[in-house]
Ligand binder design. Sequence first.
Ligand code: ZN
Ligand code: ZN
Length: 357
Amino acid sequence: MAPERLERIRALLDRAGAPAAVITSPENRRYLSGFTGSAGVLVVGYDRAYLLVDPRYTEQARQEARNFSVVEVQESWVESLAALVTDHGWSVLGYEDEHLSCRQFKNLQDKLGSVRFVPLSDVDALRLVKTEAEIALIRQGVRLVDTAFDFVLGRVLPGRREQDVALDIEIFLRRNGAERTAFPTIVASGPRSALPHGVASDRIIGYNELVIIDCGAVCGGYCSDFTRTVVTTEPLPWQEEIYNVVLEAQQAAIATIRAGVEAHVVDAAARQVIETHGYGAYFGHGTGHGLGLAVHEAPRLGKKETLELRAGMVVTVEPGIYLPERGGVRIEDVVVVREDGCEVLTRAPKNRLLCVG
Ligand code: ZN
Ligand code: ZN
């Protein structure tokens, strides 16, 4: 991992008046140390940084986290932390208040009674702006889901269970280079497409039905996220109508994205199109979210989000209309914020409601 990231967290420590921080969230652990294992805790001080792992991970941690001293945890990481606190004479520790559970926090206080804990709420924000190397990994995942969508378009959907279609997509992603899927694939057909997060069920896909397909691939730890809505056989007029409104809303939102714009402006652009067409009540979620080591991270593109977009942030743009008991449409692309506009990474076709046999 780049020592530059350690410098940035040390700047946070300065601001919080803490000589060291305990980092427990999996994404921040990986981001700061380069360690890809599924368990471990970072302790970052001014002059030294430690990675606490159990014996399963000692070797891997030494190889991956070059700027960290690896500490093999014997009993519990809190015991190992207590030893470091004594060695360094730390009386204050920063911690991630957004990620530590109440139980973990209480345990820390019990075992480290003399230490004062100060919340560090900005650790996640270190990951907001991506480097081109990070963007390249997201781009790789987006390519994969683009081709997975091509694969779906070439198949027959009616008569098949949503779950089976989702499984085909997941196998396709894995076989073509995804480390894993970013989340369980959504295939929501007919009335179920009105559920914004209807994971694939055993429902059999019928004719003249909207089908929302939402999937993501993880490449090099970075997530992609993708949604297209198709119709089986022939579209009905209401289905085409809501599709075209969502498309217009999505394009309006994308057109606002550039460095310096506050996140709520993007949401408002999509919402205004949907409201103008009379479907405001059927668009219940935010317009998008940040994407990176986590599939949902800052910035949120929501009504009240005042965070200013900066070049290098990566967001999804995914408005939708969901008509209860009838069906829904969502279109989701991945977009990189640039100084003078944005770059849409997703290339799968979207300009009209596509029919799948
Ligand atoms: Zn999304
Ligand atoms: Zn999605």
